[in-house]
Design a protein around this ligand. Sequence first.
Ligand SMILES: *Cc1c(COP(=O)(O)O)cnc(C)c1O
Length: 450
Amino acid sequence: MQQTKFLLDEKRIPESWYNLVPDLPFQLEPPLNPATREPVGPEAFAPIFPEEIIRQEVTAEPYVPIPEEVREIYALWRPTPLFRARRLEKLLDTPAHIYYKYEGVSPSGSHKPNTAVPQAFYNKQEGVRRLTTETGAGQWGSSLAFACETLGLDCTVYMVKVSYGQKPYRRIMMETYGAEVHASPTDLTQAGRDILEQDPDSPGSLGIAISEAVEDAVKNDDAKYSLGSVLNHVLLHQTVIGQEALEQMELAGEYPDVVVGCVGGGSNFGGIAFPFIRENLKGNKDTRIIGVEPASCPTLTKGRYVYDFGDTAGTTPMMKMYTLGHSFVPSGIHAGGLRYHGDSPIVSALVHEGLVEARAYAQNPTFEAGVAFARAEGIVPAPEVTHAIKATMDLALEAREAGEEKTILFNLCGHGHFDFSAYEQYLAGGLVNLEHSDEEIERAVAGIPG
Ligand SMILES: *Cc1c(COP(=O)(O)O)cnc(C)c1O
């Protein structure tokens, strides 16, 4: 124990998570009950989340202490390294200084264990024996499987059936950590049975898998449900990334002019950006904060800022966010983690209020950037991250044109070691740039209730 304490002090892992909400110069709008359209209180979440998670979801405390046991588990891979991408700078012949925070050193290879571990910890503390969740490509499922294993909880993962068949390695990783993995839809839940009755060969979807995982948690007293993105408590936990980055940039003797992250549900982006937004709001700094999304799922750049459901079936509380409509089915791009119709309510509000900029890029230019990065810096990035890399490279080229010595920081939130079939297809002649026409987006957006 003494030794661990020494290790933690030495390792400079943050002692608290940072909550941006009380520092915001505007009010966030509350989630609404879909039937009554009245604000829902925290108690609405009691059947699926433990009390401490619900408290953190709505807390006004600016700093939430990280439990010592969580910091000890974080110490397996935190603090994560901050690198300067000197070889990429050279390749681009840019006066810009490019830094990246590398979250791919975690057990599951992405930022997701930053929230999986505390979520498992609080559930364990409140007597929960098993966590349920959904997973698409498997990044979240493998992170939660790891967290449950570490804290002695059982873990049940509903994995979208097509991915279960096509991405066996993530499934085997979850099973190696001891999780039970089902191809969703299953015949274990009413939600799954209903789908199978209509379509016995259903390939499944994230929306269906969420319904199954939630039903499993609600119907079993010893089980609760866990979500890997979008909600406030998830973004809160991810702020370890930005707090470490702030300190590491200081050690490097620099401060970023621009911070960049890719946005799916907004958690890795919020994680790196919020501590820098705090500095902006305090009036100390004027850093540009840029979120990058796929052109094929352009939530922040083409969606509407309205109340919508979090899931496809329309059963969750409604949240005010940028959305393409809960019925929107994004194209089958390889950056699976960025295919979500909505976005974090906090990140959405920041974009709406002009505190965060949003950009969108198509698949081929992002993979081109990812390959260039891999060849320069050695790390093969997850397809999601290549969006942040493309934006960073464009900013570095703009800096070259302008002859400006800009400092750019981006979040390399995961490696691409389970994504080589996507790289194989790209290298074999390119991918399709799947974009939706304005009419298609109009149609999806028109389906948003109210
Ligand atoms: C899950 C995931 C994402 C998308 O989720 P956010 O909540 O937007 O961070 C992006 N990149 C990687 C590597 C992921 O695993």
